[in-house]
Ligand binder design. Structure first.
Ligand SMILES: NC(=O)c1ccc[n+]([C@@H]2O[C@H](COP(=O)([O-])OP(=O)(O)OC[C@H]3O[C@@H](n4cnc5c(N)ncnc54)[C@H](O)[C@@H]3O)[C@@H](O)[C@H]2O)c1
Length: 339
């Protein structure tokens, strides 16, 4: 472990390395380079070296390292943002824990419950939290305000949550199980967070599929969560909705309800039409959330703390999604059992 890593004593900007510079990694690299306070982007690693070199050339002083494990071990890197595909997260997270370095890991934590538990136990054995998981909706200004309102008790007890999560389009390689593991995982985290409880049962229903769905793919899906305290959540996930990127959440409580994601952008009147626009991309819809997320991670890491979603949140959501993938096959409820 390098001297001032995650010790809570970092005086200068946190020196961050980014692993994986595809869509999310490139987006995070830009915010680290230009928008996040008290952080500097110092290194990147990606098996696609030309992509890494092209990205590094945009920012002064960024080194390109040969691979992720080399970046994690590098003394000039104090903290690591993992934006590689989920199937390599386990190895990279374990290496970060071993090096004693804080990491912000894009969802999913890992691909299955067993490997998520392995990471959870490794962090516990290490003796202090180091991992923040990239559930950025918790940092979205609208979602954060809804959470504060519910926690204030003004609306009384939370009974139900209704989520809608739609993408305009995805490649045909995005299969039914990926809709659960990569898309629904955000609703899993939102519901655990808003209720402040674990999900104890999940059922994934397969309604009429859109004619745009790839052969054999269940799209849209409707997932129902049963919470530990008896509350419920309904979740529509629709990845080829043909419109744009839409995320809405309505919370129904005993004394009222609250909704986020109705769209509050510029309203335009033209050619006999009136209305706003729907963004095409989650990087646009959640730009502020990603900024807040990465800033909170940098601030926490400089103090030697994890203040965002923890490795337990990552583990619990993986277990729920695994149960959801099982339910997808049968349409029957599947119990969620956490270690
Ligand atoms: N929070 C969100 O809203 C959100 C949105 C999209 C994707 N994601 C997550 O972000 C992660 C990256 O997704 P993406 O859409 O940017 O994927 P992507 O395919 O665009 O980019 C992944 C990059 O990782 C690189 N890579 C592959 N193996 C690697 C390894 N062993 N070490 C380092 N880099 C490696 C690839 O070459 C590629 O450049 C995934 O975990 C994904 O689920 C999160």
């Amino acid at each position: 472990m390098s001297e001032n890593v995650a010790s809570g004593s970092a005086a200068g900007p946190l020196r961050v390395g980014v692993i994986g510079v595809g869509m999310m990694g490139a987006d995070h690299a830009e915010r680290l380079a230009y928008r996040i306070a008290n952080a500097s982007l110092v290194a990147v690693a990606d098996p696609d070296r030309s992509r890494a070199e092209e990205l590094a050339a945009r920012y002064p002083g960024v080194r390109v390292l040969d691979d992720a494990l080399e970046l994690i071990a590098d003394d000039g890197v104090e903290a690591v943002l993992i934006a590689s595909p989920g199937f390599v997260h386990t190895e990279q997270l374990l290496a970060c824990i071993k090096a004693g370095k804080h990491s912000l890991c894009e969802k999913p934590l890992t691909m299955d419950a067993e490997s998520s538990l392995q990471v959870l136990e490794a962090e516990r054995a290490n003796g202090r939290p180091l991992i923040q998981v990239g559930f950025m909706r918790r940092f979205d200004p609208e979602f954060a305000a809804m959470k504060r309102l519910l926690d204030s008790g003004e609306l009384g007890r939370l009974l139900l949550v209704h989520n809608v999560h739609r993408n305009r389009d995805v490649p045909d390689t995005f299969r039914s199980e990926m809709i659960v593991r990569d898309s629904l995982v955000h609703e899993v985290d939102v519901c655990r967070w808003l209720f402040g409880e674990e999900i104890v049962e999940i059922t994934v229903h397969s309604p009429l599929a859109t004619s745009r769905a790839a052969a054999g793919v269940v799209d849209p899906q409707v997932a129902v969560f049963r919470m530990a305290g008896g509350g419920m959540a309904t979740n529509e996930v629709f990845v080829k909705c043909g419109v744009g990127y839409e995320v809405r959440c309505e919370a129904t409580a005993e004394l009222g309800n609250a909704t986020v994601g109705l769209g509050s952008g510029v309203l335009v009147r033209s050619a006999n039409r009136w209305g706003g626009t729907v963004p095409d991309d989650f990087r646009v819809r959640f730009a502020a959330a990603y900024d807040e997320e990465v800033q909170a991670w940098v601030d926490g890491s400089r103090r030697g703390e994890v203040t965002g979603p923890t490795v337990w949140d990552g583990y619990a959501s993986t277990v729920v999604c695994e149960a959801g993938m099982e339910s997808l096959g049968t349409g029957r409820p599947v119990k969620v059992v956490l270690s």
